[in-house]
Design a protein around this ligand. Structure first.
Ligand code: C2E
Ligand code: MG
Ligand code: MG
Ligand code: MG
Length: 277
């Protein structure tokens, strides 16, 4: 009888509640293997200087090439990687792979290119990030300023002591630091002063309705003025139209990134790109 109860209990719980949990476990197990099986890959998206059309940089964006499910975007597995701590080893692979690509791109005509890498808060708090970056800079002869680390505003809002120490250490190594998705977080402007940032990336939410939206136009004008007066270089994300380009170029936005120029692409394809002169 007890056995039967157990089975009933099992059956009772199984269908709905555990479905999601089960799928998560499967995904986590797959993700754990993905690194060893070389199913992770980096795509690169050009970052352009509007005045000259020069490709000044590239953002490295992770993709998971699953043998059955195909190309899985980061939003589908980075949160799980963050929750499970897997992001620390994935993040190390990202930094090393990006630095290796940088060396190759520098040798292939992109001689002043920078590469920007996204870093999760958990990587900073893991305390291994600075050593990982330091070793990659040495191993791949990365020139000063050519590696950019992108962090979102939320990173600056919590664990301030650890974060400040890590960001300062990387800045001392010649790494440039960017605030990603600027304007979407808490945006306590205080941290811009306290942390050694070099670059501000205006989130695409503010770009998409330009130039029609008066509110977005006012906000972008203000972000450009503030960023420039703090000596920051400003990148607009999600630049999709000629009107976006015109608006931003007119206001001296330093760099542009978006589908208007190129989507993220494989390194082999990036290597064939030319400046937009
Ligand atoms: P993000 O760092 O803000 O990256 C920009 C995202 O905007 C990328 O999405 C890019 O493909 C997309 N994008 C670029 N141009 C346009 C455009 O013109 N229009 C639109 N609608 N979108 C555009 P993706 O590659 O799916 O990455 C999503 C997010 O995943 C990234 O946002 C970043 O936060 C995270 N991520 C990507 N790679 C990594 C990584 O290696 N490590 C970590 N920790 N996070 C990563
Ligand atoms: Mg980014
Ligand atoms: Mg962004
Ligand atoms: Mg983002």
């Amino acid at each position: 009888l007890a056995k039967e109860d157990g089975r009933n209990g099992f059956r009772f719980f199984r269908p709905n509640m555990n479905r999601a949990a089960e799928e998560r476990l499967v995904l986590e197990a797959w993700l754990r293997k993905a690194l060893e099986k070389e199913e992770l890959t980096l795509y690169y998206q050009p970052i352009i200087e509007p005045k000259t059309g020069h490709i000044a940089g590239a953002e490295a964006l992770i993709r998971w090439l699953h043998p059955e499910k195909g190309l899985i975007p980061p939003d589908k597995f980075i949160p799980l990687a963050e929750e499970t701590g897997l992001i620390v080893s994935i993040g190390q692979w990202v930094i090393e792979t990006a630095c290796q690509a940088l060396k190759e791109l520098h040798a292939s005509g992109f001689d002043d290119l920078y590469i920007a890498v996204n870093v999760s808060p958990q990587q900073i708090w893991s305390q291994t990030l600075v050593d990982v970056v330091k070793n990659a800079l040495v191993q791949y002869d990365v020139p000063k300023g050519s590696l950019v680390i992108e962090v979102t505003e939320s990173v600056c809002m919590a664990e301030t002591e650890t974060t400040l120490t890590a960001l300062k250490a990387m800045s001392d190594l010649g790494v440039r630091l960017a605030v990603d998705d600027f304007g979407t977080g808490f945006s306590s402007l205080n941290y811009l002063k306290r942390y050694p940032f070099n670059i501000l990336k205006i989130d695409r939410a503010f770009i998409s309705d330009l130039p029609e939206s008066n509110d977005d136009a006012a906000l972008v004008n203000a972000m450009l003025a503030m960023g420039h007066s703090l000596g920051l270089s400003i990148v607009a994300e999600g630049v999709e139209t000629e009107e976006h380009v015109a608006f931003l170029e007119e206001r001296d936005c330093d760099l542009l990134q978006g589908y208007y120029f190129n989507p993220p692409m494989e390194k082999e394809k990036f290597l064939k790109l030319k400046d937009y002169t």
